[in-house]
Design a protein around this ligand. Sequence first.
Ligand SMILES: [Zn+2]
Ligand SMILES: [Zn+2]
Length: 472
Amino acid sequence: MASSSSSPAQAEAFPDGTSDYVPLRKKYDPKKPHIADQPMTWSNWYKHVNWLNTTFIIFVPAIGLISTYWVPLQFKTLIFSVIYYFYTGLGITAGYHRMWSHRAYKAKTPLKIFLAAGGSGAVEGSVRWWSQGHRSHHRYTDTDKDPYSVRKGLLYSHIGWMVMKQNPKRIGRTDISDLNEDPVVVWQHRNYLKCVITMALLVPTVVCGLGWNDWLGGFVYAGILRVFFVQQATFCVNSLAHYLGDQPFDDRNSPRDHVITALVTLGEGYHNFHHEFPSDYRNAIEWYQYDPTRVFIWLMSLIGQAYDLKTFRANEIEKGRLQQQQKKLDQKRSKLDWGTPLEQLPVISWDDYVAEAKSGRALVAIAGVIHDVSDFIKDHPGGKALISSAIGKDATSVFNGGVYLHSNAAHNLLSTMRVGVIRGGCEVEIWKRAQLENKDATIVNDSTGQRIVRAGEQLTRVSQPVASADAA
Ligand SMILES: [Zn+2]
Ligand SMILES: [Zn+2]
């Protein structure tokens, strides 16, 4: 039938979504409560452990570490191990992550095979399994549906999610139909164990053995221990990259940017950027940031193996950065004393104001706002006499250049002394109206609901009316 694009064999191998979540498929009965949903006890703890993953991630590396006692490290083997580390690491970062999980670029079949083989050598599951989990991670970041949510602890996000069994039904579902149609992905998934043994152990052993007769060294250092380092490095993308560093684009979730994470993970350390712009083939956007994976993909595009490299427009990236900066500014602004908001101040008649000032309280009206300057008189830089002469009067013009053109800082300080607002009808009202009419003194609130008071736009700042003779 033309209506079905997948062959019956393929449909059977990949029924759909999450039931195939575990790296090596096991019979899974959805009706029985999953072990991960049962409390861990002394009698069932071993059932909680994912022994297959634990073997690959912990036991085998431990055996490798112990065997270094008897196996000397040769210089050539060391150099090859480092090169093979970068190759298998790039299989994960450039292949598994940026190409297959995020479709940040397209690759010709030779590059696909090269990356799928390298990724197999990192022993982190098949492309299909890895990308499925990673898409859930992006879609459900920091929630219970995130397979490696850092909210469950740094250790859990790093390794716990693999060595302990997880209920596949809990993991958020994502669409991986594109991966099921990729022959390289399908082949690697079906032959995963063979791929792992070949790429993780056989190839490094044979290269070091045939190359310089270091069979055992190749097996231990370029094989087992190199796997351990690649695994731990790339696991840092799930742990460290959600824990350490800055959040220049969005601080509502856990992803962070840090150079240390970048150095460890072949450039996957600009993770705040990556979660905002996941389909960008870059992680680092500045020239000085370390992202060898980006350089590798770019080099591959030069020889035609990679194409359709996706980038977000600088305009969009800058918008995100600016909004986050604005948010941080708003938070800073909200911590400062800008004076009681006008709408919360009592409204006082002019006569009451004058009467209260006469009775001894040092009140000064400027631009329709009453200020209590009692505590400030002795500190007034212009001297006691000048400020005292304004008590009980309308000092709008005096304050704004009539006697002294006060500074921006003075207007800011004045606002913290506000105690009331004058009701209608006198000089200040006229000033106020003039201010509203003349000025672009639009009232703007920030994201915390606070009024933004820009320099030179304080309510008490009133420019001198321009003499009409000049304008004519
Ligand atoms: Zn992440
Ligand atoms: Zn990602």
